[in-house]
Design a protein around this ligand. Structure first.
Ligand SMILES: [Zn+2]
Ligand SMILES: [Zn+2]
Length: 103
């Protein structure tokens, strides 16, 4: 007779659920999985970067994604070649001197 590691009661063949080489009741197993899923951090969020290299992955790991999404800094700023004022890469001309910007 097999005893459920979760509740300690006998597990009948029809209701057994194998997990970690142990046999649980179907109900106990469901509770166990729910608890485990609730307690463990997410492996990754869909919008996070995934690398094949494990070391790369750990560098970019975020335990939980913020609800509001990540703060994405402005792609990059460029500087006017004439007056060296900062300009957005989407700008065609310098807002300060009107110089044509090259991205
Ligand atoms: Zn059980
Ligand atoms: Zn300029």
């Amino acid at each position: 007779m097999v005893l459920c590691p979760s509740c300690g009661k006998a597990v009948f063949f029809a209701e057994r659920q194998l997990y970690n080489q142990k046999e649980y009741h179907q109900i106990c197993y469901n509770i166990l999985i729910k608890q485990e899923n609730a307690s463990k951090p997410k492996t990754f969020a869909i919008h996070e970067q995934i690398f094949c290299n494990v070391e790369e992955n750990s560098k970019f790991k975020y335990p939980l994604a913020p609800a509001g999404g990540y703060y994405v800094p402005d792609a990059k700023t460029i500087n006017c070649t004439k007056c060296s004022k900062e300009a957005k890469p989407t700008d065609k001309f310098c807002t300060s001197c009107g110089n044509k910007l090259v991205v």
